[in-house]
Design a protein around this ligand. Structure first.
Ligand code: COA
Ligand code: AMP
Length: 629
């Protein structure tokens, strides 16, 4: 396929069946698809309903078969331990097949769920691929999440086994995982086999199963054929409420979309190196650390470290140099952190980054100042692209492998082929260019996007498909310009994006509300120079509560850290007299955000008591301009 963006996009919209059947040629099928789209259960769609494959076979075995056995598949680079280790395709396959054998010996089979709670070590990718090899469904939980968050995922996914490690390494501290896993299993009320990768840096004793012993004794397992429509993984993400949503990804559509995106969006092919500086616990890690690079025979980098402080702001440039990285994918926060630590990019002069073609960023808004800085110091295209856990791959991007389009600062460019993007007004009518509205995607979504929420079909319909029938609601507001470029303005719901990590205000509020002095509370995301947004808590105290604001703040920080995890980076607490609400009792978080950000705010017609809003505005912004009458 060699065509312009416009023609390719149009072809994907006019005849998705032909488009995605042609794209399926990138995958080795056990049973070839004769059809692409199954719309028999619309608005729930399935891709490649009559096909069979094994995702792990496509990511590993076929590359060994086709002459890539000795090529690096995965390079582990740990800035935390000073270790680098490269795994060829043959070596990675050997580990994965053996670990799959070990899982099978523990009774894991097709369709069974396995929780993977691992830091950024090669075993994370090995465990995921081993599940895929058996047709089992992995659910990876980010290592920065607390026991409570882990327990919620265990309860929902009903796994047969947990894979973990003795711990993770954060700058200046060790995070021991085993007490967290033990706590989570106890509060989920289940007893499960646990396989532990013992890290030599964290040599903790335990009575659970030892990864290395199991792998050494295991018979390599063969790939198990699965239906293209079978689930490959569940990845939990934050919604408005405290209960995470289990996004389900299939095998066939996912493999096709991953391969398509590598060629046409990232322009990375066999033998080339992609580095997604994220974490396997997030969707970026699933798609672009593990699956997509391996599906196309490229080399992926698993980086354990930070953009700054491990040891300095040259860390990213070193990794690019050492591993000849062609494409780096990271979050704008990481670039802001590097810029803050090294504004003139002096560290860059120490490294040869000539291999780098493009910097891709996603996960949060790329502010024009950060864009401009990165473009100048790197002297390469800086490509913003916009997507979410649910879609699994980019909704809007600058398709570098298809046709590099002009880059506009502040915009993730244009809809990717397959996505019928529209911006709608509240009444469901499309808004003209330049006008803000809800960003929606016409159904069906392309392959690789969620097939639904794990055992929560009704919630999927209610949360995503009911607001604008025939469309998927992204939860982001934005507008299109005259050239069809999208500008994303932010979430329309109460999801908070902290350093590119998606967190639920509801979950933080639940943690805060458990404090004995708290009558009610609201958590909103407020602008933060480094992290994009940071959570800020507003608390109404109970009558007669005997606690100082400073003491309360300390206790609430500990609570949020305990219930959600350090990654929430919750630090701000303000005691207020009352929270502004609608007559039906809904807290006016958007209005609160506008007040804190110093923006004009309309007084909602549904407000219960306008005086509460006024008092809050006086408390939070004594210098505020008066709201329009
Ligand atoms: N396991 C355990 N704890 C973790 C963790 C993990 N995997 N990841 C983060 N944490 C902890 C940190 O140790 C820190 O704890 P502390 O409060 O005790 O210091 C807390 O969570 C906040 O961490 P972080 O978000 O990393 O903030 P920071 O201030 O330590 O570092 C940056 C700032 C910019 C370096 C960091 O946010 C960063 O690397 N951002 C990039 C984000 C990213 O890649 N997002 C991926 C989305 S695509
Ligand atoms: P997650 O599901 O964690 O990937 O978070 C998805 C959300 O992050 C989106 O709905 C957006 O709100 C935000 N987001 C992701 N990428 C971008 C981007 N390039 N620009 C602006 N916001 C983004």
């Amino acid at each position: 396929m060699s065509a312009s963006y416009r023609a390719t996009y149009q072809a994907s919209i006019d005849d998705p069946e032909a488009f995605w059947l042609a794209a399926a040629a990138a995958i080795d099928w056990i049973t070839q698809p004769t059809r692409a789209l199954d719309d028999s259960a619309a608005p729930l769609y399935r891709w490649y309903p009559d096909a069979e494959l094994n995702t792990c076979f496509n990511a590993l075995d076929r590359h060994v078969r086709d002459g890539r056995a000795d090529q690096p598949a995965l390079i582990y680079d740990s800035a935390m331990t000073g270790t680098t280790r490269s795994y060829s395709y043959a070596e990675l396959l050997n580990h994965v097949a053996r670990f799959a054998g070990a899982l099978a010996a523990q009774g894991v089979g097709r369709g069974d769920r396995v929780i993977v709670y691992l830091p950024m070590i090669p075993e994370a990718a090995i465990a995921m691929l081993a599940c895929a090899r058996l047709g089992a469904v992995h659910s990876v939980v980010f290592g920065g999440f607390s026991a409570k968050e882990l327990a919620a995922r265990i309860v929902d996914a009903e796994p047969v086994l947990v894979v973990t490690a003795t711990g993770g390494l954060e700058p200046g501290r060790t995070v021991e995982y085993l007490p967290i896993v033990a706590d989570a299993l106890a509060s989920a009320g289940v007893e499960l086999p646990v396989i532990v990768k013992r890290r030599k840096e964290i040599p903790v004793e335990h009575d659970w199963l030892d990864w290395d012993e199991l792998e050494a004794d295991a018979e390599p397992a063969d790939p198990v054929p699965v239906a293209a429509t079978d689930p490959l993984y569940i990845l939990y993400t934050s919604g408005t409420t405290g209960k995470p949503k289990g996004v389900v990804r299939d095998n066939g559509g996912h493999a096709v979309a991953m391969a398509w995106s590598m060629q046409y969006i990232y322009d990375v092919g066999p033998g080339q190196v992609m580095w997604a500086a994220s974490d396997v616990g997030w969707v970026v890690g699933h798609s672009y650390i593990v699956y997509a690079p391996l599906l196309v025979g490229a080399t992926t980098v698993v980086y354990e470290g930070k953009p700054v402080g491990t040891p300095d702001a040259g860390a990213f440039w070193r990794v690019i140099q050492d591993h000849r990285v062609r494409v780096l994918f990271t979050a704008p926060t990481a670039i802001r952190a590097i810029r803050k630590a090294d504004p003139d990019a002096a560290a860059l002069a120490r490294y040869d980054i000539s291999s780098l073609q493009t910097l891709f960023v996603a996960g949060e808004r790329l502010d024009p100042a950060t864009f401009e800085w990165a473009r100048q110091v790197l002297d390469r295209p800086v490509v913003d692209h916009w997507w979410q856990t649910e879609t699994g791959w980019a909704i809007c991007a600058n398709p570098r492998g298809l046709e590099p389009l002009p880059i506009k600062p502040g915009s993730p460019s244009v809809p990717v082929p397959g996505y019928r993007l529209q911006v709608l007004a509240g009444d469901g009518s499309p808004v003209p260019a330049g006008t803000e509205g809800a960003i929606v995607l016409g159904l069906p979504l392309p392959p690789g996007t969620l097939t639904g929420l794990w055992r929560a079909g009704d919630r999927y319909l209610a949360s995503y498909l009911s607001a604008y029938p025939g469309n998927y609601l992204t939860g982001d507001d934005g507008y299109l310009d005259d050239d069809g470029y999208l500008y994303v303005l932010g979430r329309s719901d109460d999801v908070i994006n902290v350093a590119g990590h998606r967190l639920s205000s509801g979950a933080m509020e639940a943690a805060i509300a458990g404090h004995p002095a708290v009558a009610e509370c609201a958590v909103i995301g407020i602008p933060d120079e480094l992290k994009g947004d940071r959570p800020s808590g507003y608390v109404v105290l109970k009558e007669g509560a005997d606690v100082t604001e400073a003491q309360l703040r300390e206790e609430l920080i500990i609570r949020v850290r305990h219930d959600i995890g350090a990654v929430a980076a919750f630090r701000d607490v303000t005691v207020v007299a009352a929270l502004p609400k609608t007559r039906s009792g809904k807290i006016l978080r958007k209005t609160m955000r506008q007040i804190v950000a110093g923006q004009d705010y309309p007084v909602p017609s549904t407000i219960e008591d306008p005086a509460v809003l006024d008092a809050l505005a006086d408390r939070l912004r004594p210098d505020r301009p008066r709201p329009p009458e």
